[in-house]
Design a protein around this ligand. Structure first.
Ligand SMILES: [Zn+2]
Length: 330
């Protein structure tokens, strides 16, 4: 994706394009910011622009064309001058950074500028970080290192002081909607929902399966409707059994979803318009539910649910904890 198509983090785009137009690319950059906000995409676009075949005679292109052979090969992770280093197991190990050091001092193989992208740079083991540090001291001008990290403070101070840091933030909801509309066109309610559910993180927005999300949501809204009705112990216990049997990761996702639904209900019960909620496409179902439950009860539920999540962290039997919580809410 070119800078022109990337949305959000506009200032960072300007910084990187300015480096390209000056024809002098900093040797070490740190892209810091939460997971899924586009750090890797920005690094790739930067590398593409610096090597794009559509460059002016004596300088770099300031954006990737995404159509020339070089741009396409970099996108396919098949270009000899753009390498990504990832943790081997839990850490980035010294053997990896030693190999990197040799590569950094080698001339570009086919393009103009070599890029070494280090993913999850906070996972550099200390000895690996120290070996990397030597590499950073005087890399040749044809090599650029980009360290991607969600935890810049976990990097060695000596590494941080040798690099130019660029901070990334999550996209706003309107930015995310624009990004999705341009790059992944879908019906508007789907775009609106994805922009809200994924909290401005592009990585999640491109990975989410909306049909799975909506199915899980339907089950949970039914559960909340059941709770609002105030009785039917048998069905509540069945719901607890159903949820409690899920695998841990899926179960956690359901709890996250339930947290979001409760927050939506809280907003609606306190008089906010549907625009303010995450599950904007389910407003016609959530609004009557919020009215039925009423603000005091939504508040009490949210509190109980918060407590439940805390208990689940220490309680091994999810089903029993859930049963107790659901019955106390009804
Ligand atoms: Zn190109």
């Amino acid at each position: 994706m070119s800078f022109a198509k990337l949305i959000g983090n506009e200032r960072n785009k300007q910084i990187l394009q300015r480096l390209l137009s000056r024809g002098r690319i900093a040797s070490t950059l740190i892209f810091a910011g939460p997971d899924g906000v586009g750090k890797r995409q920005f690094a790739l676009t930067f590398a593409k622009a610096a090597n794009c075949l559509h460059a002016p005679a004596n300088g770099f292109a300031t954006d990737s064309c995404d159509e020339c052979a070089v741009c396409q090969r970099i996108d396919a992770d098949a270009h000899g001058d753009v390498t990504t280093l990832r943790p081997d197991g839990q850490y980035i190990k010294i053997a990896q950074t030693r190999h990197l050091a040799e590569e950094v001092y080698t001339r570009p193989r086919e393009g103009r500028q070599r890029f070494f992208i280090i993913d999850e740079a906070e996972r550099l083991r200390e000895e690996a970080a120290n070996s990397l540090l030597k590499t950073l001291e005087e890399p040749p001008p044809t090599s650029t290192l980009i360290l991607l990290t969600a935890r810049p403070d976990a990097l060695l101070q000596t590494i941080r002081s040798r690099a130019q840091r660029i901070s990334f933030t999550a996209l706003t909801i309107p930015e995310m909607e624009t990004f999705l509309t341009v790059n992944y066109p879908r019906p508007k309610p789907d775009t609106q929902l994805i922009a809200r559910v994924t909290g401005g993180r592009i990585g999640q927005a491109t990975a989410i399966d909306l049909s799975v999300y909506r199915q899980a949501r339907r089950t949970l809204i039914e559960l909340l409707e059941l709770l609002a009705g105030g009785q039917n112990r048998v069905r509540l216990l069945k719901a607890a059994e159903f949820l409690g049997k899920k695998e841990r990761e899926e179960f956690e996702q359901e709890l996250d979803l339930l947290t979001t639904l409760l927050r939506d209900l809280l907003l609606l019960a306190s008089g906010q318009t549907p625009d303010a909620i995450v599950n904007i496409d389910a407003a016609d179902r959530l609004q009557p539910l919020a009215a039925k439950i009423g603000l005091p009860r939504v508040l009490a539920w949210s509190e109980k649910f918060h407590e439940l999540r805390h208990n689940l962290r220490i309680n091994i039997n999810r089903q029993i904890a859930l049963e107790a919580a659901l019955l106390s809410l009804a």
